[in-house]
Design a protein around this ligand. Sequence first.
Ligand code: NCD
Ligand code: ZN
Length: 346
Amino acid sequence: MDRITIRKPDDWHLHVRDGAMLKAALPFTAKLFARAIIMPNLLPPVCTVKDAEQYRNRIMKALPAGARFEPLMTCYMTHDTSPDEVEAGFRAGVFTGVKIYPANVTTNSAAGVSDYRRIRRVVERMEKIGMRLLIHGEVIDPEVDVFDREVVFIERELEPLTRDFPGLKIILEHVSSKQGVDFVRSRAGQVGGTITPYHLMLTRTDWLGWGNRPYMYCAPVIKTAKDRAALRAAATSGESNFFLGTDSAPHPVKKKLDVVGAAGLFNAPVAIESYAQVFAEENALDRLEAFASLNGPRHYGLAPNAETITLERSAWTAPGEMKVDGPEERALIHRGGETIPWRVVT
Ligand code: NCD
Ligand code: ZN
């Protein structure tokens, strides 16, 4: 199979940032994806209905002329998040879901959650009104090895949450481990998992085995070949609880290369092409549409897109970097300079 037409995909996990970075990064997503779940980890974070409305307006203004794209906004959960605010935003069609960042686990997560008892009232309300809870599933206990953060989070927080709130629909974002895959599968119908293109393609040996490649540093960190194999099997299985979420997360070059480097990998310019490559390698191109365009909307209770895109096996070279206006200068592109065997033709 050298050519495939699928319904237009959505990105169920995306960082588009703000200001000049937003203006530079958004067109890559808006060109090929109909909708995206917009991550709220700005500085300051998107916490209120008003914050989200204003951010949504800035996104709409940053769209290239003629682009048709719908940003789906999320609310950043803090210990002070009010159930009424969350419900009001949901009923007004502003908030699609609420996002939990464990405090200090990743970029701009300092205002996140450290005491899960303090968010129970919000979660209870969300279960009642049928609102989705999106979770960055990692613990930040210094006693826990960074490679085990996801599996320990599942044991300590996520498993109890699924028991206490059986009616709550959850998304475990950027699943990165075999145990994560197994857990999502064990809660089919209740828990969905997004999978990034880079967790499907890279191992920690790619990241650290031939010199430190700071551009592959992200949270959750890239894991072993065994984890990657489980993720590839899950994504290409067609099972409805696994779906596309790029976690595309541009940072200025300076921040990626700082003494304490920022977590996040900018992959929007190569995302759908990279997924297509993985599915082709796994002889599963016939399941790409389910993963990219059908399973996500179903988990979120939305209709799939009516338009289509067509991909063809035809090599191109990914650009190395994205120019950004002003002092932020530029962001490096994941797989920049690599030959990508698939491209979008229409
Ligand atoms: C994301 C970012 O840069 O905002 N970074 C990342 O490594 N994935 C935040 C996140 O999703 O963890
Ligand atoms: Zn993210």
